[in-house]
Design a protein around this ligand. Structure first.
Ligand code: SF4
Length: 364
């Protein structure tokens, strides 16, 4: 098995599911790291890592999905629910800009009273407020898009058309966790089925918006369920308009205050899985490592195939479950240097088939 995998990677070829399983369960760390770096080098300079500073703005914690791995949501009518106004959202954007950030990802719960028009109005107002400023908005996730489309009574194509016509540029692949129907049935039966998720993402891409791929590990998922996620993702990325998912981000489940509970995966397991993702997902240009959930340990992922990371300033979803957001960003960048990489401050990724990251201009 090992020789066959090494030969495929060296020839720029593609490994199969069984080979990915073998790599994860049998290969030593040094082999995984070396092979992942070989695949990384197809797309990126071997000694560079790109980064930017971003905030996740959680505009509402009201949610009817009841995922058992979530410590963030409040069911409608419970105490502690909130829905941010446009002014409150903009105050968070102002704070990010003041901190030198350049990317906002909006992420909220499945609020049963909101319709597409609410999101279109909110995002249009925010975009108008910051027109001409060096900031990009990931306006919602595929999971939220699916829910609000259904609540509004729109099919995905029409819903995506309305968002795109209103100026939305990105609906990212968040809310994916593990894209496997057995996993979904165990932990978030009210959220979506995997085929439905990809139908929605296809509609988003077909409407001309950008999207991304994500994964979360460390619940109780089996290796087979993880591999189902990677296989379906690679197949989707090979499909019509191939290569349109710009990046893949893998982070780790935080169990604090969740109904599911459990323990976090080790850093070693995270790094090994990152390497398998880099080797298997040979049609996705950018592989991102998660400072949000691993802090400085995430930078060890640069030696396991990752080429990009963000410095987070806030994300209530993971913070409620135990993530620690630090503001000593310089030490994270120093950790990248210690790991042997030159950090390059980048612009937001361009929409469409992946290209290397563009460096950001120096601060004014
Ligand atoms: S993970 Fe998202 S969809 Fe699931 S309960 Fe939490 S906020 Fe709702």
């Amino acid at each position: 098995m090992r020789a066959g995998i090494e030969a495929k990677v060296a020839a720029g070829g593609r490994i199969g599911r069984d080979e990915a399983a073998w790599l994860f369960t049998e290969a030593d760390d040094a082999t995984l790291s070396r092979l992942a770096r070989e695949v990384r080098a197809r797309f990126h300079r071997p000694d560079e890592v790109s980064w930017l500073k971003m905030a996740i703005v959680n505009y509402t914690n009201v949610c009817v999905a009841r995922c058992d791995y979530c410590a963030f949501y409040r069911f409608p009518g419970e105490s502690g629910t909130y829905l941010l106004s446009t002014e409150q959202v903009c105050a968070k954007v102002d704070a990010l800009l003041a901190a030198g950030g350049s990317l906002v990802g909006f992420n909220g719960g499945f609020h049963p009273d909101l319709r597409v028009s609410h999101y279109v109005d909110l995002f249009s107002a925010v975009r108008a407020r910051y027109a001409g400023r060096p900031i990009e908005f990931y306006e919602m996730t595929v999971a939220e898009f699916m829910f609000v489309s259904k609540r509004t009574g729109l099919d995905y194509a029409e819903s995506a058309r309305r968002f795109a016509a209103a100026g939305t540029r990105w609906i990212t692949g968040g809310g994916a966790e593990v894209l496997d129907d057995a996993f979904r049935l165990r932990h978030s039966p009210g959220k979506y089925k995997v085929d439905d998720y990809y139908a929605a993402q296809q509609a988003i891409l077909d409407a001309g918006m950008g999207s991304t791929a994500t994964m979360v590990i460390g619940f109780d998922e089996s290796l087979g369920e993880r591999l189902n996620h990677l296989e379906a993702l690679r197949r989707f990325q090979d499909g019509p308009g191939a290569g349109r998912l710009t990046s893949f981000l893998c982070w780790t489940y935080k169990p604090g205050h969740t109904a599911l509970g459990g323990a976090e995966v080790s850093t070693r397991e995270y790094l090994r899985w990152l390497a398998v993702c880099r080797i298997f997902l040979d049609n996705i240009v950018h592989l991102r490592t998660s400072v949000l959930t691993r802090n400085e340990d995430a930078l060890l992922g640069l030696a396991y195939g990752a080429n990009d990371f963000d410095l987070p300033t806030e994300d209530e979803v993971t913070q409620k479950a135990g993530a620690i957001v630090r503001d000593d960003h310089a030490s994270v960048l120093e950790a990248a240097v210690r790991a042997g990489f030159r950090p390059v401050h980048r612009r937001a990724f361009p929409i469409g088939p992946g290209r290397p990251a563009e460096p950001a201009p120096p601060p004014a």
